[in-house]
Design a protein around this ligand. Structure first.
Ligand code: NAD
Ligand code: MG
Length: 396
């Protein structure tokens, strides 16, 4: 059997590492042909030793030079390429069957877009791509015969709980009443709100149940992650915002649920480990060994659920508002959030000021319809500039 040829975008990250782990368990089934990272060339070197891909792409030129030299020394034949154009080229290359889109942030949109327009199978972790350009992206997937499978654990769970022939253009025909996205509540679910100004990046990145990259860890702490996921779910599953609910579930073992007309609630459960949704999407419709410890429900003991607190976590409210408003609002939300999170991680913005900066940016931006991917990317730059200038007026 011909092996499925994979390009893993964001291979040096947390999702990238989990994907490589799953792939390494199935050498007869998958061939890694391209790996990419922004600057962590040593992680990429290690992955090139293990998988000998045809291409390795780095964002930064110095990192690309370092990797090229190291590969030559070791006699590894991988070709090193550099920059955003090379990244999009591997994503659309005819010798790639499947693209794992695991770059963080809006930077992941252009290569994911290239993959969609080339009709690839896309395993999407990069939720920001759908927040920025969901309508255009879903249209491109349909027009070019691409296949989109969600890696985000909640969306993968919903995908698993929906019928296999589910069509997002007519949820009512499948009896779907609503979907429920579960959220752990993050590290500050119970922390007194008056202490939020003192929260450090280290505290925000220490997630109770999941080990993830720094940006998504901060998003989980502000609950913007769940807000982005509501928007992601809107595009993936075609339900209006009023039929996408969020449920706090601190144990993170119920990964999300679908409620049907007849009162049935279908959920997917599992140990919180991204290798499960990755293996699910890689193998679909077959089930692959993922190396994940089975969930021991007796040890978990109890499952708890509570409603989200929108006053404590205004980012979730802001995301719903942006989704309801539509047009350029979700792109503005995402850009302002990326600027705010980066500033928080650099010690330039207090944790409790993150939602305020986002809300102020949204209020100042013009409302537009974004009809092309170029318009989306240009609006993203505009929104970042606006957020940066508002940030300059903030004393950290
Ligand atoms: P990470 O920070 O660990 O890794 C990010 C990857 O993106 C790295 O390989 C990095 O080199 C690459 N990258 C960063 N900036 C880039 C740029 N400008 N150009 C090209 N490449 C760039 O992040 P992560 O936790 O692996 O998350 C990746 C994506 O998956 C995010 O969109 C996140 O929301 C989503 N996601 C992550 C998890 C998780 O458990 N980590 C779960 C669900 C969804
Ligand atoms: Mg998630």
């Amino acid at each position: 059997m011909k092996r499925e040829r994979l390009a893993i975008l964001g291979a040096s990250g947390s999702i990238g590492a989990s994907a490589l782990d799953v792939v390494s368990r199935h050498p007869q089934r998958f061939e890694v042909v391209a790996l990419t990272a922004q600057r962590r060339w040593k992680e990429l070197l290690e992955a090139c030793r293990r998988f000998e891909p045809r291409w390795a792409v780095l964002g930064e030129a110095d990192a690309a030079d370092a990797l090229r030299a190291a590969l030559r020394r070791e006699g590894i034949p991988t070709e090193v390429r550099q920059g955003a154009t090379a990244l999009a080229e591997v994503a659309r290359h005819p010798e790639v069957d499947t693209v794992i889109a695991a770059i963080v942030g809006a930077a992941g949109l252009p290569p994911a877009w290239a993959a969609a327009c080339a009709g690839k199978k896309i395993l999407l972790a990069n939720k920001e791509a759908l927040v920025l350009a969901g309508g255009l992206f879903m249209e491109a997937v349909a027009r070019h015969g691409a296949r989109l499978l969600p890696l985000d654990s909640e969306h993968n769970a919903i995908f698993q709980a929906l019928p296999p022939d589910y069509d997002r253009s007519r949820p009512d025909d499948f009896g779907v009443r609503r979907i429920l996205l579960t959220a752990s509540g993050g590290p500050f679910r119970e922390r007194p709100q008056e202490t939020f100004p003192a929260i450090t990046p280290q505290e925000a990145c220490a997630h109770p149940n999941w080990s993830m990259g720094r940006k998504i860890s901060v998003d989980s702490a502000t609950m913007m992650n769940k807000g982005l996921e509501v928007i992601e779910a809107y595009w993936l599953f075609g339900l209006p915002p009023s039929r996408i609910d969020v449920l706090i579930h601190p144990q993170s073992v119920v990964h999300s649920l679908v409620e049907y007309r007849d009162g049935s609630l279908l959920a997917q459960l599992g140990t919180p480990d991204m290798r499960t949704p990755i293996a699910h999407a890689l193998g679909f419709p077959q089930r692959l060994e993922a190396g994940v410890r089975p969930l021991d429900l007796v040890r978990v003991g109890r499952l708890e659920f509570e409603p989200p607190d929108l006053e404590r976590f205004p980012c979730l409210r802001l995301a719903y508002e942006a989704l309801r408003e539509g047009g350029s609002a979700p792109a503005a939300l995402n850009a302002a959030n990326e600027v705010a999170v980066a500033a928080f991680l650099q010690g330039r913005l207090r944790f409790d000021r993150i939602p305020a900066l986002i809300e102020a940016t949204l209020a100042q931006l013009p409302k537009r319809e974004l009809d092309t991917i170029e318009a989306v990317l240009e609006f993203d730059r505009l929104a970042r500039d606006r957020a940066e200038s508002l940030l300059a007026g903030e004393g950290a």
